[in-house]
Design a protein around this ligand. Structure first.
Ligand code: SAM
Length: 224
């Protein structure tokens, strides 16, 4: 899968290249992650990417010309929806991540300052996605969150593809509790059923745990 990110801080994405599941997916050739800096598409000596807002007021706005020139180049190299990370977008969830993971390409546009000139959004953006009802200084962390969540769902990236199927939200429920050695820790024993070797009973126990947790912690998931 090709993921292209437009950002004035491409260095922020280095950890995705160096660590964890994204590093592994890149190594396996399953993820092609590239960053594009709008500053490289400016025409002035100072490489300006922001301007003062028309109408006055605080802060700066990302200028349309470098962003659209950057997008023009990116779209020569890849296809896929252009997603602007914005607090005003639809809230990111596992369903959106699942749909994104099935695409062959996706382009994330990350804003900074007060955001992006509205005309870029009107003419070049397919969708706006938010990480939640709070405001960050930029879209980079949101893009990184989405990229890691998407990468987990690319077939073959996780050691066992079943892991993702059992995860919270994948089946509409929260995940069941997990235990590993030792059998007793701080006086708390691993539930006997998990040591029984009876896989049918273990499955039933896990489903019951998932349902119970979902009812207690996220009843909204059961009514949606
Ligand atoms: C300081 S914010 C601008 C917020 C904008 N003035 C507003 O209130 O809608 C700068 C950039 O951070 C990113 N951003 C901030 N909060 C976000 C959120 N909750 N979800 C997605 N992106 C966010 C966006 O890319 C945005 O352009």
């Amino acid at each position: 899968m090709k993921v292209d990110v437009i950002t004035i801080f491409p260095g922020m994405f280095q950890p995705l290249l160096d660590y964890g599941i994204t590093h592994k997916a890149i190594d396996q050739g399953k993820l092609n992650l590239r960053c594009w800096n709008p500053r490289d598409f400016t025409t002035d000596r100072r490489r300006t990417v922001d301007g003062r807002p028309y109408g006055g007021g605080p802060g700066m706005v990302m200028k349309p010309e470098p962003l659209t020139a950057c997008l023009d180049t990116v779209q020569l190299e890849t296809t896929g929806p252009v997603i602007y990370l914005s607090p005003q977008g639809k809230q990111l969830d596992q369903d959106i991540i699942k749909k994104m993971s099935k695409l062959s390409g996706i382009i994330f546009l990350t804003g900074r300052y007060e955001g992006v000139d509205e005309r870029v959004l009107q003419t070049r953006i397919d969708r706006e996605i938010s990480i939640g009802d709070y405001v960050l200084a930029g879209g980079e962390l949101v893009a990184m969150v989405a990229i890691e969540a998407i990468t987990r769902l690319i077939p073959g990236v996780l050691g066992n593809d079943l892991s993702a199927k059992n995860d919270s939200f994948s089946s509409g429920l929260l995940d069941y509790p997990h235990y590993t050695r030792p059998k007793i820790f701080k006086g708390i024993a691993v539930p006997d059923i998990l040591l029984s070797g009876n896989h049918n009973k273990i499955q039933t126990w896990r489903l019951w745990q998932s349902l119970n947790r979902t009812r207690q912690r996220r009843p909204d998931l059961l009514t949606d």
